[in-house]
Design a protein around this ligand. Structure first.
Ligand code: MRU
Length: 354
């Protein structure tokens, strides 16, 4: 069943040839759209997290390639030169954030599209714009499928679903992955509710997940990251659904820091722990989670909240943005091709083969 989400996180505006996106740095105080007009601006938008969430930064990368193509075509109509510069821009865009593989997936897909094409430079520009729009539209359809498959797993009436970070409409083009499951489940049973982890240090749960669920009138309770065990122990959580930034061929899953702790706590309390992600988040080129690059982020994210220091000056800080949940702790991976179950090496391979 379809549940309409009001948010469109990123959209190509053909009349202006710009990528229009929701500025996630000002949520929940403001809902503001910004136009990204160049590939350099796109690099900064991804790096500074104006746009964030694995599928959303994938589409940002695809739009970034279209913007790069427009820029390069103004300088040269020579195909070899065009492709050489486009390849450089592809590497540049991919270097904006290292963990979410959707960025690499979408940028590479764009480059592959034109690499051996017989088209002229101007035709290639058009191809890249149109393909970017296609990937954007596909993302919503894929999330709706993920949502519907995931909703079938919510068997209890009035279930409470715990989630971490923001894997919602604002982490995708629309609808969301983990929150796509919530939206589809809510369309079937409007007595379900969400518990949202705050998600330190960037507070995507507090700032973004609560914002979009309140906007859609889906009941949500905000908790801090350390509270999940307390509520599971009381029997108040029926399932955990999180998103993913990169999934290895064996099912090991990188997601926002703190996800691993949550999976261990869920395992201890026998609360089913699910990952919801499109196949574009699965990196079959890597065997296990050990190979997933983990972004190390600015220490100020830990030492400061809203520009104010919360700790002693000069303290040591480490700030990995993501952790890896071992596949053994994951009950199922909800994809657009259905729910994948262990052994993941086989079910993931099968999903890619079909
Ligand atoms: O650092 P962020 O906000 O980009 O991290 C986002 C997450 O970890 C999400 O859970 C993940 O990208 C899945 S989004 C559908």
């Amino acid at each position: 069943m379809e549940f309409k989400s009001k948010i469109k996180t990123i959209e190509w505006i053909s009349s202006k040839n710009v990528s229009r996106m929701v500025d996630q740095l000002v949520i929940p105080y403001e809902y503001k759209l910004v136009d990204i007009k160049s590939s350099n601006e796109m690099f900064n938008a991804i790096k500074t997290m104006i746009v964030r969430g694995a599928p959303a930064i994938g589409i940002a990368g695809a739009h970034g390639m279209a913007l790069a193509a427009i820029e390069i075509a103004k300088k040269t109509k020579n195909k070899e030169e065009f492709l050489k510069f486009l390849k450089e821009k592809a590497e540049f865009l991919k270097s904006s954030r290292p963990t979410a593989v959707n960025l690499m997936w979408a940028v590479d897909k764009q480059y592959e599209l034109v690499k051996n094409s017989a088209a002229s430079v101007d035709e290639m520009v058009q191809m890249l714009i149109e393909h970017g729009i296609e990937l954007e539209n596909d993302d919503i359809k894929i999330n709706q499928k993920i949502g519907d498959f995931g909703a079938e797993l919510v068997s209890k009436k009035g279930a409470t679903i715990l989630t971490h970070c923001n894997a919602g409409a604002l982490a995708t083009v629309g609808y969301g992955t983990a929150l796509g499951v919530v939206r589809s489940a809510f369309a079937k049973d409007n007595t379900i509710q969400v518990f949202a982890d705050e998600t330190r240090p960037r507070q995507q749960g507090a700032r973004i997940t609560t914002f979009e669920l309140v906007m859609d009138n889906i009941p949500v309770t905000l908790i801090t990251d350390g509270m999940s065990g307390y509520f599971m122990n009381k029997g108040m959580i029926d399932m955990v659904v999180v998103g993913a930034d990169r999934i290895a061929a064996n099912g090991d899953t990188a997601n926002k820091i703190g996800t691993y702790n949550l999976a261990i706590v869920a395992d201890y309390h026998k609360v089913p722990f699910y990952v919801a992600a499109p196949l574009s988040t699965i990196d079959i080129s890597i065997k296990t989670g050990k190979e997933i690059p983990i972004e190390e982020r600015d220490h100020e994210e830990v030492t400061h909240i809203n520009g104010k220091s919360i700790c002693a000056q000069g303290v040591n800080v480490i700030n990995p943005g993501f952790d890896v949940t071992p596949h053994k702790l994951i009950k199922g991976i909800i994809t657009e091709k259905g729910v994948l179950y262990p052994p993941y090496k086989e079910s993931i391979k099968k999903a890619f083969d079909n």
